[in-house]
Design a protein around this ligand. Structure first.
Ligand SMILES: [Zn+2]
Length: 269
């Protein structure tokens, strides 16, 4: 069974390069200098995916940017300062592809940071597939503490929590995975470290596999060089996830591997 995939560009931002790839010998005291205006940047996209499965119909991976923008403070505020949203809102982008927001019934969330959750409130019929640790992290404390916006999140009865610890099985280099639909076409991969319960998605397409990395790596170079970003939720887990992704990419040279915020990788989808 294979799936048709379309990647959708929700916006772009000039992201300080050091945010994506931590400079050697980095110390937190150097942060203001590293993030000052005029520092070296990469043009980082914001992405979501439309999947068309022959039996399940339309599914999404992530949901793009909120129409009202992202009003964070602190380091994240500095990062999102230059955000350029796409000309169309998430809702308009969906409709342009023949999909009514209320008709979307299944959405996989790589994680719950606000630049991935903007469209969630519009998907009023959807069940959201979310890593159990991710859902716990945003519901057991102030969501803002983990980069999430509470207003974006659905009620718990529309969340299918994926318990990789209990239900995960290895797949290739990945330690813990779940076959979402039971036909091998959409496989969820536990890739924590960027956030507590981050997951990536391996999609089987007619023209070869697509690895939706999410933010488990910021760029293709990060995977090749096993380079950490400025900030992680858990550095040990981040390193392990990054190593598994690299092992997969090395073993499957024909697979398209797309970190959300890589400037170019999404063009290969
Ligand atoms: Zn992101």
């Amino acid at each position: 069974m294979t799936v048709d995939v379309e990647v959708v560009l929700a916006g772009e931002i000039a992201m300080p390069r050091v945010y994506a790839i931590r400079p050697p010998g980095y110390r937190i005291a150097a942060l203001p200098k590293l993030l000052r205006p005029g520092s070296d940047t990469i043009l980082a996209p914001f992405l979501w995916y439309l999947l068309r499965h022959p039996r399940e119909g339309t599914m999404l991976v992530d949901t793009g940017l909120p129409a009202e923008g992202i009003g964070f403070g602190g380091a994240a505020g500095v990062l999102f300062r230059g955000l350029k949203p796409a000309a169309e809102t998430f809702e308009e982008q969906l409709r342009a592809r023949g999909v009514e927001p209320r008709d979307v019934t299944l959405v996989v969330m790589t994680h719950l940071h606000a630049d991935h959750t903007g469209g969630m409130p519009l998907l009023t019929s959807a069940e959201f597939v979310i890593g159990r640790r991710e859902w716990r992290a945003v519901t057991e404390q102030n969501p803002l503490k983990v980069g999430a916006v509470g207003d974006h999140l659905p009620p718990g009865d529309r969340v299918r929590q994926i318990d990789f610890e209990a239900d995960g099985t290895p797949h290739g280099p990945f330690t813990s995975t779940v076959d979402l639909l039971g036909d091998g076409s959409v496989r969820l991969l536990s890739t924590p470290g960027h956030s507590p319960g981050h997951l990536s998605v391996l999609v089987e397409r007619e023209n070869g596999p697509l690895l939706v990395v999410g933010d488990a790596a910021y760029t293709t170079d990060s995977i090749r060089d096993q380079a950490l970003p400025l900030m992680t939720d858990d550095e040990g887990r981040y390193r392990r996830s990054l190593a598994e992704i690299k092992a997969y990419a090395d073993a499957e040279p024909d697979a398209v591997v797309v970190p959300t915020h890589d400037p170019d990788a999404f063009r290969l989808v």
